[in-house]
Design a protein around this ligand. Structure first.
Ligand SMILES: Nc1ncnc2c1ncn2[C@@H]1O[C@H](COP(=O)(O)OP(=O)(O)O)[C@@H](O)[C@H]1O
Ligand SMILES: [Mg+2]
Length: 346
């Protein structure tokens, strides 16, 4: 069987995606699979590279261009006996768009489907769904570009009337902390909203809190398994793009040292959140935990970072599932989901 490993992509997490893809290439079980590289450049061009029967030596082999690879259209992905492994993050990667392509091509693929990917990506829709499911979240105000342009004063009055400073302002659809800022007064709130509106027509203004950040890994289709939570221990104000990918100002504590009861509650909420959006394959659920043991769901990431140093695979390692076996499970889950959907269509 062949694995089409798609990586790179148009998002800010392009380089992380290459790291994840390289780790996957190093660890996949080559006695079962050969791996076809499919690289998406930062400007959205697609290239088909080599097919590997064993692990490549250096990461540089993954940088494909006209010199060493064949330009393709996304629809050229279609191949028999092939499972797609999209290790793409952010918009166009984990927001349901490429998943829609895989559905149209009628091919099995690793991870969440169109609905779960789109719901997890959109911070406003996700909040509305999780609210209905009774999962605790921070209070927020949703702002659209039209509202803001037509009635700025009212939008600001609503934020200030509903929330207290500091507030966190985020584009509804981004990820990797791009366009996210913390506002401590009205002036900063205005510039934070304007900044976030550069990235999306819809923005979330959210209650800011002092809290620890914990993450739970989820694996499965209809039967869902969760890990103990791990903690992002940071000595920065917030987990912004710099601290995530440039300065590495964070360490991971796995498992987090918190009360068993908090672990259990987080696992329960993670599972509920995943089932609410119809998750399949995998996701990582991110929480805030306050000093008085209040838990708030922050977000669900349907394609979390997948390098050997990323939280998601490390959480599973702690539970006794190593990186290669994790990849194998994800591929099997992709095939199972595909088979089930085929049966429904007949
Ligand atoms: N309401 C909040 N209170 C405190 N910190 C927050 C809040 N919202 C976000 N943050 C900080 O900003 C980071 C990025 O926000 P997040 O909602 O996770 O967006 P992204 O999808 O870009 O990862 C979080 O990891 C956290 O450090
Ligand atoms: Mg986040």
């Amino acid at each position: 069987m062949k694995i089409s490993l798609i990586y790179g992509g148009k998002s800010a997490e392009h380089d992380v995606s290459i790291l994840s893809a390289f780790s996957i290439l190093q660890s996949i079980y080559y006695n079962y699979y050969e791996v076809q590289l499919v690289y998406v450049t930062k400007d959205g061009s697609w290239f088909k590279g080599k097919t590997y029967k064993e692990a490549p030596l250096v990461k540089e082999e993954l940088h494909l261009s006209l010199n060493n690879a064949q330009p393709i259209l996304p629809s050229d992905l279609k191949e028999k006996n092939t499972v797609i492994f999209p290790v793409l993050h952010g918009p166009n990667g984990e927001d349901g768009t490429v998943q829609g392509l895989f559905e149209v091509l009628n091919m099995p693929y690793v991870g969440c489907g169109v609905l779960a990917s789109a719901c997890a990506m959109d911070k406003i829709i996700a909040k509305q769904l999780f609210q209905q499911a009774g999962i605790p979240q921070l209070p927020y105000v949703a702002v659209t570009k039209n509202d803001y342009v037509d009635a700025r004063e009212e939008v600001i009055a609503e934020c200030v009337g509903t929330l207290i400073f500091p507030m966190f302002v985020k584009p509804a659809n981004m990820g990797s902390s791009v366009g996210v800022s913390r506002a401590t007064n009205e002036e900063e709130l205005i510039s934070a909203i304007e900044e976030a509106l550069l990235y999306d027509q819809r923005v979330v203004v959210e209650q800011g809190i002092e809290a620890r950040e914990l993450e739970v890994a989820i694996l499965g289709n209809s039967e869902v398994r969760t890990t103990l939570a791990g903690e992002i221990v940071k000595d920065v104000d917030f987990y912004d793009y710099e601290s995530k990918y440039i300065d590495n100002q964070v360490t991971l504590q796995i498992p987090a040292s918190i009360l068993d009861e908090m672990q259990e509650r987080m696992q329960e909420y993670a599972k509920k959140a995943y089932q609410t959006i119809d998750g399949s394959g995998l996701s990582r659920c991110d929480f805030f935990l306050t000093a008085n043991n209040e838990i708030f769901l922050n977000e669900v990431n349907s394609m979390p970072g997948f390098t050997p140093f990323s939280m998601y695979p490390l959480l599973w390692k702690e539970m006794g599932l190593n990186y290669s076996d994790l990849l194998e499970e994800l591929i099997q889950l992709a095939l199972l989901r595909f088979e089930k959907r085929q049966q429904i269509q007949v």
